[in-house]
Design a protein around this ligand. Structure first.
Ligand code: PEP
Ligand code: MN
Length: 454
């Protein structure tokens, strides 16, 4: 039996509901607990969104990424909106991830593991429980799975029925993603699927087109040699991920799978724990400690190596390969001071982890005009520094975690088109964190390749 299929050691008193005995941060207060119980009971009966063997297949791939045999690309919205559950938004998001993965696979000469922040990324951690405008104080917006973003008492009241709607919209998203992938959306025999919606004079267009052309030529050459169509590019997997935040929801979608010895969160392949809820004795770590999915853990400034090692032990007591992905998000200004201590400590203790860099969440800033943004140059600088620091420590950066969209938004500053503060007003759509747009996302993929080749 391989390491990943073997049963995980789980505390005797763990259950999908044992998180309820621990402090749970960032949870809404539902005014009607009977309605909450009713929604949870209904969710428990609904079919899951993913299968346990897919979850275990991803775990194996993450173990491979940790060993340098593939590279993880995780990306998508900061938070999905119910209103964005549309064919074009889903297809564009898939397209940008697929195109980035093509750039990365070609440049890094490695298979790419694609994980979307989608099909369930509906809950958001917030810095305050309430929001005050013009003297009126209401509960904060916690994501569409909890309440509405509109500033009215009715919209802001947490509604447990939204969990059912979130599950349904995740299922619709998954269904469409699977249909697109099965239908050959990613097949290089159909370059028309790959053509970019570049605006005129896109600075990187030529480089991208040349690369697609060169991949097409190599593929035709191999097909000529093999005497049959080469279809390994036709079948591409997309996995899903979301932040484990709203624990009533995640508990209700946790199912026992006897043939795989244990409990799985079957609403997503890769749940991750955010910075704000990563307390060692907290409810989110407790919940994740007992499920067999691979787990992501955000690691930010201020965490000590000792705390990180104890959290690793809580989440991965058997030191199972593929189980834990550490997603570091230090910020360009702090990464050199913060990251090396963790790399050294984790390496010295022989912990199996996949290191992944999130260059988004440590690089937020607010413009003088009050708009939340991120600078492309800081995002790239953090990524490049991460590669250098891993190289210096003898560890491996095996993936990236990005907030991006397939739409042509103007939310992050800079990039090849050099978006300025004045541009932000033009197409700023995010209600939460600013995302890389289509071109900026491909530019980051190209920057990763250049860095790895340097
Ligand atoms: C996020 O990934 O959207 C997020 C809130 O990140 P972090 O927990 O790292 O701040
Ligand atoms: Mn975010």
């Amino acid at each position: 039996m391989d390491r990943i299929l073997s049963p995980l050691h789980i505390a005797k008193d763990w259950s999908p509901a044992s998180w309820q005995t621990k402090p749970a941060l960032q949870q809404p207060t539902y005014p009607d607990t009977a309605a909450l119980d009713c929604a949870v009971a209904e969710l428990r009966q609904l079919p899951p969104l993913v299968a346990s063997w897919e979850v275990l297949a991803l775990k194996r791939k993450l173990a491979d990424a940790a060993d340098g045999r593939c590279f993880l690309l995780q990306g998508g919205d900061c938070a999905e909106r119910f209103a964005d559950c549309t064919a074009s938004v889903i297809a564009d998001r898939l397209k940008v991830l697929q195109q980035m993965s093509l750039v990365l696979a070609h440049g890094l000469k490695l298979p790419i593991v694609r994980v979307g922040r989608f099909a369930g990324q509906y809950a958001k951690p917030r810095s305050a429980d309430t929001e005050t405008r013009d003297g009126v104080t209401l509960p904060c917006y916690r994501g569409d799975i909890v309440n509405g973003s509109e500033f009215s008492a009715q919209a802001r009241e947490p509604d447990p029925r939204r969990m059912i709607e979130g599950h349904t919209k995740s299922a619709l998203t998954m269904n469409f993603v699977r249909a697109l992938v099965d239908g050959g959306f990613a097949d290089l025999h159909h370059p028309e699927y790959w053509d970019l919606a570049w605006g005129s004079h896109a600075p990187l267009q030529d480089e991208y087109r040349k690369m697609v052309q060169s991949i097409g030529e190599s593929m035709r050459f191999m097909e000529t040699l093999a005497g049959e169509p080469f279809d390994s590019y036709a079948n591409v997997d997309f996995y899903t991920s979301h932040e484990v935040l709203l624990l009533n929801y995640d508990e209700a979608v946790t199912r026992q799978v006897p043939q795989h010895w244990g409990w799985f969160n079957l609403s997503t392949h890769l749940p991750w724990i955010g910075m704000r809820t990563a307390q060692l004795d907290g409810a989110h770590v407790e919940y994740c400690s007992g499920i067999r999915n691979p787990i992501g853990l955000k690691v930010g400034p201020g965490v000590t190596p000792d705390l990180l090692l104890r959290t690793i032990d809580a989440l991965n007591p058997d030191n199972e390969a593929g189980r834990l992905t550490l997603i570091t998000r230090m910020g360009a200004a702090k990464i050199e001071a913060e990251l090396p201590q963790h790399l050294r400590a984790v390496k010295a203790e022989g912990k199996h982890v996949l290191w992944c860099c999130d260059p988004m969440h440590g690089n937020g800033e607010t413009t003088p005009g009050g708009v939340k943004t991120r600078r492309f140059e800081n995002i790239r600088a953090e990524l490049e520094a991460a590669f250098d620091l891993h190289a210096a420590c003898g560890t491996r950066l095996g993936g990236v975690h990005l907030e991006l969209t397939g739409e042509n938004v103007t939310e992050c500053l800079g990039g090849a088109r050099n978006l300025t503060e004045a541009d932000l007003a033009r197409a700023y759509k995010s209600t939460v964190d600013p995302r890389l747009n289509y071109e900026q996302s491909l530019e980051i993929a190209m920057a990763i390749v250049r860095k790895r080749r340097a």
